[in-house]
Every structure is written in C-alpha cells, then in structure tokens.
Design a protein. Sequence first.
Length: 328
Amino acid sequence: MMRILSGIRSSGQLTIANYLGAISQFIALQNEHECFYFIADLHAITTPYDPKTFSHNVLDVAAMYLAFGLDPLKTTMFLQSLIPEHTQLQWLLATITPMGELERMTQYKEKTHQGDPADVGLFMYPVLMAADILLYKPQAVPVGEDQVQHVELTRSIAEKFNKRFGETFPLPEPKTLDKAFSRIKSLQDPAKKMSKSDDNQKASIGLMDTPEQIRAKMKSAVTDSKKDIVFNPNKKPAISNLLTIASGFSGLPITMLEQQFKGASYADFKMAVADMIIEKLTPMHEKYYELIKDKKKLKNLLVDHSHKAQVIASETLKEVQEKMGLAL
C-alpha cells in the first residue's frame, strides 16, 4: 500500500472544477492507498484573508470533504497549523535551499512581475510545502499540473539533504491528477480556468450552489458557433468544456454523451448538464448540512487526526535534528 499525501485549500470557496479536478480523485485514492490530506491553513494566510471567518472556512472545507465521500476511517485529514513540526522543518530545510530556486517559482515570479509587493511568506511558501511533504515520507503526491514544480523542488531539497546529512527522505513522485478534469473552464470564457474569484458570478458553479443557481448559471453559459454537440477543444471550446463537466458528473465517456445529445439543441443540452450536476450534489448537500451543524464534532475529528499525523511528523523531525547535529 502506497502512502499518499496532498494539501487541501482552506478556503470554502470551492467550485465544481475543484470537485472534478481534485476532491473526487482524492476520494478515489483512499480505497487503495494510505492517504494523508491536510487542510493548508498556513499556506492560506500568505494571501489576504478575514480572520473572523477563517476558522469557519476550515470547518466548512472539512465538512465538504466528508460529505463528498472522504472516509475518516480510511484517511487521515488533519490541520496543518496544529502540527508545529511543519514550520520547524521548514526552517531547517530553508538552510539548504538556494534563494535562486525560490525566485524561479511561478507564484513568486508572477507576483513580482505584476509589480505587486511580495512578502517573505510567499517567498518561503515552497519550502513549507516541501516540509509538509517530507515530514510524512510519502511515495506519491497527487497534484495538478500547476503544482508539479513544487514537488520537483521538494525532491531537489530532499536530495540535497540526503547528500549532505545521509539518507533520510525518500524522493516523492508527483502523481498528476487526471488532466481531463484539471482544466475545467469558465462558463463565460472557455479560454480561462473556472475560478470562484472570477468577477463574473456566472462564470463558475459553486459546490454549495442551489439547484436554481446551477440551472441559471448553466442557462447563461456561452456556447460555440454551429449547433452540433461534439468534443473539439480547438474549434468548440465552450461545448467541449460542458461535455467534460457532463462526463465528470455522469460518469459517462464523452463519446457516449456525443451520441446521446446528437441533434439536441444547446439549450436542452445545457439543462441536461445542469441536472447531472444537481443529481450528484444534492445528496452531498444534505450530508454537508448535517455535518456542519455539529462543529464540535468536526473540531474533535481534526484534532484527533492531527494527533495521529503528529506522531509521524515528530519522528521525522527528531531524525532530521539528529542528522543535523541539533539533538542533545
């Protein structure tokens, strides 16, 4: 059984793109592997946030993942900030990480190229991610394409550590998530990725949107010229995006959906896709609202799972400290 580790965004603003691109795939992995998923609240504070709602968002995300099928008996879901070993190992790894490698990281480069002020937290973000991973010595790290760079940096840091202080860390492999569902596009502009932060509220479907909201957003979704419903991302990007969403929520291959909707109008097709989403999300909504009512139980689950994860984290940190000559 392979050990898997990945981080979960602590923002409650999740969309169907997050579900298809990550959540559903994380849940599938728990049936075959030893999975550790952490809510990355320390990473979240590197961007502006509201302290008044922050802890609620953490519980919100935990409830969502549980409602969508994460099994606490099969998977360890913990809170990053409850385990101080993450930041302790971050500092130790920072002492062997060249600044040049951090300056080349995409997030930092984009921020500085835009002329925006970048703080040390954002600069050190990749080193914390390396610590997040290496503490648990996983064999694989499920990530989207935009995060592969971070796993490669983690491997580089691990190699440097092993060479300098002796074999300590296995090199984790980036396990790229299903590319077909990692590129869900905006409903209003298929050239852009779907994002809850989009200024156009019709561009994305939130995981907690009501059936009425889902139908309204799908009704206003842009389409392409000509009326055939076929998958061709270059010539028909909007319809291809809707077919991908339909495949993700129905479980049917795109070729079968093309046949099913051959000759259908765009309007009928869009409403059918909306119904597929609603059918999948409705039972999840019911479970979510049941879970979120008992915040104490959610907190206890995160604390218990964090204690379980900390046992592993503390063993790794102790080993690292001994290798570095920091243990008395």
